[in-house]
Design a protein around this ligand. Structure first.
Ligand code: ADP
Length: 553
């Protein structure tokens, strides 16, 4: 559908494509989207970053009568796009929060001309919500039949279920009621099926045409690396010096302090690194971006505030020194590597403890309601499961999350970019862990119920692993836990497998960790029985774990 080249608008479409934009071949789904838009349909475009979403609305804007209004949350991107379109001789302007009234008035005057002096107007959602004057001008344009189309970029921001909800986006739903005859195009690079549904619902565009492109990034190598305390930093520094000398990369960190510390460490190692986070002033942040884009520095150590809207093609590596907040977030952040199509590396340095740090942030955050905290927790558990997973293709895990099916063979077929799990497939085999899991859960049930006032029943997952492995450390002796039947049951187990089994039990709800308030930097998580425990104990569930243990279990 929509692939024809003999629509009434086709001739003009191709002329503009070649002469105005200077392009020759459409990328997947571009022509289809443009045709559908020019035929007056509402469109929902889901395309990976770098896929060429902008053209899908910019080209129709040039051909359509009147003004195309583009809502985009990213100031830097808005400014870049406006400059680029002006350089192509497409009359374009933007309205941002911090503009002077004189500057705004020039734009308003152009919009009020009988034939508007602009083809495209970019605005932030905040501006739409705040400016009465803009509202009046839009009404006026609409009355005169000069409002060509509403474009909502980064449309996932409309949804609470997404990773980047913005309250001002919510009001865009009113647009359809106000201007029922104006077509809407919503675009995003990240949306799970649930977010997709929600976006369409919020924007009240139900009969929309969907354009979904594959999200696979064949040139990216995904790998999860166990993060072992302080030595991880040295490991990363060595890797950068050996493999990516003078090449561009990003290390994502959790906190501002972590960004600063990482940058300092890397500089001391002779790597040209710089720190970036929300604590820097606007000019300073721009300065960091410029230095990186122009290759004056190679490495940015940043919080996830960095990277949105920056289009640097030759990023050779994106490392996560701290756990991402969701699979969607990870896809987006790691996706900043290799936009030029060349092989690039995405390594996630993972430690289970990082989950506790993020959990604490979610729990302390007062801005969200109970429901949104729950969503954040679910997202977090999904990315932890991804990291703990040793058996399934990383691409499949990510793409399934976006509702896309993917054939593992495609991953392994490219030796240079096959993910760690596909490469190590032979080393891991599934083992049945149902009986062990039941024993573990039962033991915790006993420990918790026998707590009473007199004895302390606050035990960490590490302590339970020690019991399972049959350790006889001081804490185990003090509590007589060497007398438990669970003690030593997993003596043969590799410790890494034992840890992953416990984590699995938490992630799947058979166990639960309770975060207990304590001193600022210390996080205590104590094990409790989880909501799914009874189902497991009753024997209605089978559990399997991909294990690397050489021992017979
Ligand atoms: P997205 O918004 O999906 O991340 P952009 O619209 O910014 O992607 O496009 C990414 C890059 O690809 C831009 O530099 C753009 O000029 C280029 N591009 C888009 N469409 C085409 C095309 N059909 N042929 C060649 N280059 C294209």
């Amino acid at each position: 559908e929509f692939t024809k080249t003999n629509y009434p608008h086709s001739r003009e479409l191709f002329t503009v494509f070649r002469s105005t934009f200077g392009l020759h071949n459409f990328r997947p789904n571009q022509l289809e989207t443009i045709n559908a838009a020019l035929l007056g349909h509402d469109c929902f475009v889901l395309m990976p970053t770098g896929g060429g979403k902008s053209l899908c609305y910019q080209l129709p804007a040039v051909i359509s009568k009147g003004v195309t209004l583009v809502i985009s949350p990213l100031k830097s991107l808005v400014i870049d796009q406006t400059e680029k379109l002006k350089s192509l001789d497409i009359p374009t302007a933007h309205l941002l929060g911090n503009m002077k009234p004189e500057e705004e008035n020039i734009i308003f005057t152009k919009l009020c001309m009988s034939e508007p002096g602009l083809k495209m107007l970019y605005v932030t959602p905040e501006k739409i919500a705040a400016s009465m004057k803009l509202g009046q001008i839009l009404n006026n344009l609409h009355c005169r039949g000069k409002l060509a189309r509403l474009v909502i970029d980064e449309a996932h921001c409309v949804s609470h279920w997404g990773h980047d909800f913005r309250p001002d986006y919510k009001r865009l739903g009113e647009f359809r009621q106000k201007y029922p005859d104006v077509p809407i195009m919503a675009l995003t690079a990240t949306a799970t099926p649930r977010v997709r549904e929600d976006v369409l619902h919020q924007l009240q565009i139900s009969g929309t045409k969907l354009f979904l492109s594959s999200f696979n990034r064949p040139n990216l190598l995904y790998k999860v690396v166990p993060k072992k305390g302080k030595s991880a930093m040295a490991e990363i520094a060595n890797l950068i010096k050996e493999k990516y000398k003078n090449q561009s990369g990003i290390i994502y960190c959790l906190s501002r302090k972590e960004c600063d510390n990482t940058a300092t460490y890397m500089c001391n190692e002779g790597i040209k690194a710089i720190s970036y986070h929300a604590g820097l002033t606007d000019p300073k942040r721009n300065d960091v971006q410029m230095k990186w884009i122009t290759n004056k520095v190679n490495l940015v150590c940043a919080t996830i505030a960095f990277g949105m809207g920056i289009d640097k093609p030759d990023v050779r590596y994106v490392f996560h020194y701290s756990l991402p907040k969701s699979i969607e977030g990870y896809y987006q952040e790691s996706g900043r590597a290799g936009r030029d199509g060349k092989t690039s590396h995405c390594f996630l340095y993972y430690s289970y403890q990082d989950m506790h740090r993020i959990r604490k942030l979610i729990e302390l955050d007062d801005s969200g309601n109970h429901e949104s905290k729950k969503v954040h927790m679910q997202n977090l558990f999904r990315i932890v499961s991804y990291c703990e997973n040793k058996a399934d293709c990383r691409r499949t895990l990510q793409l399934n999350y976006f509702g896309e099916t993917f054939d593992d063979n495609k991953c392994i077929s490219n030796k240079e970019t096959a993910c760690d799990n596909c490469q190590n497939k032979a080393a891991f085999k599934y083992i049945d862990v149902t009986e062990d899991s039941i024993e573990i859960v039962k033991t915790i049930k006993e420990l918790c119920s026998s707590g009473g006032g007199s004895w302390n029943n606050n035990f960490t997952l590490i302590h339970i692993i020690d019991i399972f492995k049959g350790s006889s450390n001081q804490k185990i002796k003090t509590h007589n836990h060497d007398k438990l039947s669970l003690h030593g049951r997993g003596k043969q187990w590799d410790r890494f497998d034992a840890e992953r089994l416990m984590h699995k039990l938490v992630l799947e709800g058979y166990l639960r960790e309770e975060m207990v308030a304590s001193k600022v930097d210390i996080i205590n998580a104590f094990v409790r029985v989880g909501p799914e425990a009874d189902k497991l104990i009753q024997g209605s569930i089978k559990l399997k774990l991909a294990s690397a243990s050489k021992n017979k279990l």
